[in-house]
Design a protein. Structure first.
Length: 252
């Protein structure tokens, strides 16, 4: 895979599949993976295949400190990832954009729509982890963990058979980008897909996001038996349906 060095000086791998036909109005889908994940797997492959069928461009990339750059994870934060996404929109793609993100990538997708409303014409957020830094800090961390975060600058946070490293920088930068405590100024169509057996991001977050979004064109699909990963056959099928819905709803 080719690599790109961002203004933040992080270098990560990416893939840009240009549309080969003009079946639909020209736009590009940008896929954003979740925290400690990567853009290579069944969900992004499903999105890529859908884009190829529709004659739509597809861009996927590793966030700073992930994948081939994972040794730099503790140097990255929400602001760096947000700026990375905006740099892709501003310098590596042209025309209209559809954001497609999972978990933290869903949060970043919504932030992209807020900061680039003239470019972003649709958002698909899967198990969107909006404001997760604030939620984890306030509801999941003990007093001793908060103290450790303050004195040592980071903590280990076990969750669902995986141990995350949360830095003070990550928490503070996340708090600077919270969106659930106010109206979310997004007018483009938004589709939200969430599993009701999600133990990482409660499914109730998606209806809250929908209620906060200022625009009227917001759809939610709750999958009763799906987990946070959303990589089972039913979830991947519903992912394609959500993309179909966005395509019908967008004004391009």
């Amino acid at each position: 895979m080719p690599k790109y060095t961002y203004k933040s000086q992080f270098t990560t791998e990416f893939e840009f599949s240009q549309a080969k036909s003009a079946k639909t109005p020209r736009f590009t889908v940008i896929y954003i993976h979740g925290l400690c994940g990567d853009p290579w797997g069944s969900k992004p492959d499903t999105v890529k295949n859908w884009c190829e069928e529709q004659g739509i461009g597809f861009f996927r990339f590793e966030m700073a400190g992930h994948g081939s750059d994972k040794e730099n994870f503790e140097k990255a934060d929400i602001n760096i990832w947000k700026e990375q996404v905006l740099e892709i929109i501003d310098t590596l793609t042209e025309g209209n954009i559809v954001m497609c993100g999972v978990s933290m990538g869903g949060w970043l997708s919504l932030l992209a729509a807020i900061h680039r409303p003239q470019r972003v014409k649709g958002v698909l957020a899967m198990a969107p982890g909006a404001d997760f830094t604030k939620i984890v800090y306030e509801k999941a961390l003990s007093d001793s963990q908060k103290q450790q975060l303050e004195t040592e600058g980071k903590i280990a946070f076990p969750r669902d058979n995986f141990t995350y490293t949360f830095t003070r920088q990550l928490i503070e930068s996340g708090n600077q980008n919270c969106i659930l405590d106010r109206e979310i100024p997004i007018e483009c169509p938004v589709q939200l897909l969430h599993g009701m057996k999600d133990s990482s991001v409660p499914w109730e977050v998606s209806p809250l996001i929908a209620d906060k979004i200022s625009g009227k064109n917001v759809g939610i699909k709750l999958l009763k038996n799906a987990t946070h990963r959303l990589n089972d056959e039913t979830s991947l099928s519903e992912l394609r349906v959500a993309l179909d819905n966005l395509l019908r709803q967008m004004s391009l």
